[in-house]
Write a protein that binds this ligand. Structure first.
Ligand code: 5GP
Length: 240
């Protein structure tokens, strides 16, 4: 693969063109940020841990018939992906109350949510990713049709069921996670990444955080917990 010109650089990943039309190279960098980029650090090998976990999760989803942008892993820190027109929505599925749900509403952290709660935020850093509702998404912002939105929510719930089972088998409770979607022609695919940066994971036995909350809340050595999750995801691979 020849890394082509840069297309986009986010807070933790950079995107490049490749020799193959319709495919991009995503490089997971060692940068970690929180609070809209106010807190930032560089953690050696964080990029490769998130790349590996993302690649495993995308392959798992593909095996279950979920359309994703994932084509293949490329080196230790990268993935080849389908070039999507991204939809600026952050689709969050919550199985247990935590994070902004418990901060912004009187819902105690740790309360199970059954059925899972879907929250959709507008991906716009300058506006601090405000929460949306269906009418704002469809009628005001015109990002997707009502049918597409229903399809996106159904896909997010399917992904939740697959990931919940996968993580339960490796002793991890999937508290919540964020997905992003994009289009190729008229089809909608799961894009971006699914990693310890975008999921809230609690150890099933002890309840301790195994995700970016360790960094956000200064709860310990974030690289150590990312390594722990990556190790378990590797062993869980055989259970696909
Ligand atoms: P919360 O709304 O509680 O902050 O986040 C809910 C879930 O979505 C968490 O697992 C969190 O990591 C993920 N999430 C929410 N916003 C973002 C974001 O802008 N970037 C990433 N990587 N994950 C996010």
């Amino acid at each position: 693969m020849n890394q082509g010109e840069p297309v986009y650089s986010g807070k933790a990943k950079s995107l490049y063109r490749t020799d193959t039309p319709g495919q991009l190279y995503v490089r997971f960098r060692d940068d970690i940020t929180a609070f809209d980029g106010e807190k930032k650090d560089v953690l050696t090998s964080k990029g490769s841990l998130n790349a590996m976990v993302s690649a495993k999760i995308f392959s798992l989803l593909e095996d279950h018939g979920i359309p994703t942008h994932f084509v293949r892993m490329e080196g230790d820190c990268g993935m080849i992906v389908r070039d999507l027109r991204m939809i600026p929505l952050e689709v969050i599925v919550r199985n247990i109350a935590a994070g902004s749900l418990s901060r912004n509403y009187p819902v105690p952290e740790g309360m199970p949510l059954d059925p899972p709660v879907i929250v959709i935020d507008y991906k716009d850093n300058a506006r601090h990713d405000p929460m949306l509702n269906d009418d704002i998404i469809v009628t005001a912002l015109r990002l997707v049709s009502r049918e597409e939105l229903a399809g996106i929510k159904a896909l997010a719930l399917k992904v939740n069921e697959i990931l919940r089972r996968f993580f339960a088998d490796i002793g991890i409770t999937l508290v919540d996670f964020k997905l992003e979607f994009g289009r190729d022609a008229d089809r909608i695919f799961v894009g971006d990444e699914i990693s310890m940066d975008s999921m809230r994971l609690w150890d099933a036995a002890t309840g301790v955080s195994l995700d970016k909350d360790v960094y956000r809340l200064g709860k310990g050595d974030v690289l150590e917990v990312y390594r722990e999750v990556a190790g378990r995801v590797r062993t869980g691979d055989g259970q696909k």
